[in-house]
Design a protein around this ligand. Structure first.
Ligand SMILES: NC(=O)C1=CN([C@@H]2O[C@H](COP(=O)(O)OP(=O)(O)OC[C@H]3O[C@@H](n4cnc5c(N)ncnc54)[C@H](OP(=O)(O)O)[C@@H]3O)[C@@H](O)[C@H]2O)C=CC1
Ligand SMILES: Cc1cn([C@H]2C[C@H](O)[C@@H](COP(=O)(O)OP(=O)(O)O[C@H]3O[C@@H](C)C(=O)[C@@H](O)[C@H]3O)O2)c(=O)[nH]c1=O
Length: 282
């Protein structure tokens, strides 16, 4: 299989490069080889590579910066997925794409189902939502994995921010009223690869570990498992103002994916231990 992997320098893309390799020949252009911001460059690249499978792990993920950079966020998160879906539909290719809990409005306390109404609160969420809709409305054979709070031993993420802050601070204030599941990039790559291998039925699936926590709970677990003495004080979102509004409820129901693949997803705590060990060993 001729696989085109986009975003291979990112958290999820890096892990996908490893897990996808048994499935075929991977072409994974970096930013210097292919500027995904250019529709024309992407069209030429697709025509040259002629992939049978496109795995799109590229995105504009700077949530706060997106508020002031709508055009760049829109191109990566909405325009690019639409273009890839149009290519996939016209050339009988399969498209695998990633979405975010930030497409949901964050209200209530029940887990979101895949068919729950979306209602993004910021530019990042809006543009991700538009990308998902473009793919779903296309005739492309597609898989969209909607995940949350991604972190890994590499790249920019909350776990690494907390470990960095722990080196210079004894106390931190962390929001405790945003609830979700921290998801390692490696888990996303492993499950995506299984889904591709099993030819999972096309559609949208939530993909995250089992269980839930707040950012403050996540920070506490990071500090506890890493042996840091820093204290993470719980604060409400209103005491940590940010340019982009973030959803309070990011709980994702997982039964659709678990049933379709006949798997039980691991807990977020067990996944943190694995990811932290990997980070501390490198
Ligand atoms: N991070 C998170 O917490 C979450 C992420 N997701 C989704 O999961 C997917 C993967 O996210 P994640 O791995 O964290 O993303 P990262 O921010 O780690 O990686 C983004 C990737 O996109 C590439 N990219 C961005 N703009 C361009 C461009 N103009 N040209 C070429 N490449 C570009 C980056 O390249 P470069 O390295 O050169 O910048 C990088 O490889 C995304 O769809 C994201 O929306 C969903 C939920 C949570
Ligand atoms: C550093 C820090 C953050 N926070 C809060 C701010 C925010 O509400 C929360 C998480 O902050 P971050 O900016 O690291 O995370 P954020 O960029 O909002 O993460 C999101 O990224 C996008 C790409 C997604 O798709 C989402 O699933 C989610 O992972 O923690 C504190 O309360 N105290 C702190 O010291």
């Amino acid at each position: 299989m001729n696989i085109l992997l986009l975003g291979n320098t990112g958290q999820v893309g890096f892990e996908l490069h490893r897990t996808l390799s048994p499935l075929g020949v991977i072409t994974a252009p970096g930013r210097e080889a292919l500027d995904l911001g250019s529709e024309q460059a992407v069209a030429s690249y697709l025509a040259k590579v002629q992939p049978g499978l496109i795995v799109n792990a590229a995105a504009y993920t700077a949530v706060d910066a997106a508020e002031d950079n709508h055009q760049a966020a829109w191109r990566l998160n909405a325009g690019l997925p639409r273009q890839l879906a149009e290519y996939a539909a016209a050339h009988n290719a399969r498209l695998v794409h990633y979405s975010s809990d930030y497409v949901y409005p964050g209200s209530g306390s029940q887990p979101w189902q895949e068919d729950s109404p979306t209602g993004p609160l910021g530019v990042y969420g809006h543009t991700k939502c538009e990308g998902d809709q473009a793919i779903a409305q296309s005739c492309a054979d597609h898989l969209i994995f909607r995940t949350s709070w991604v972190y890994s031993a590499r790249g920019n993420n909350f776990m690494k921010t907390m470990l960095r802050l722990a080196q210079s601070k004894r106390e931190l204030n962390i929001v405790a009223d945003q609830v979700g599941a921290p998801t390692p990039a490696r888990l996303i790559a492993q499950v995506s690869t299984l889904a591709i291998h099993c030819q999972l039925t096309a559609g949208l699936y939530h993909l995250a570990p089992r269980g839930e926590t707040s950012w403050q709970g996540f920070a506490q677990a990071i500090f506890q498992q890493a042996g840091c003495t820093v204290t993470a004080h719980p604060i409400p979102t209103r005491d940590y103002p940010t340019p982009a509004v973030r959803p309070l409820n990011s709980r994702l129901a997982l039964n659709k994916l678990e049933n379709a693949l006949s798997i039980q997803l691991p807990t977020w705590q067990s996944q943190l231990a694995l990811t932290l060990n990997e980070y501390l060993e490198t």
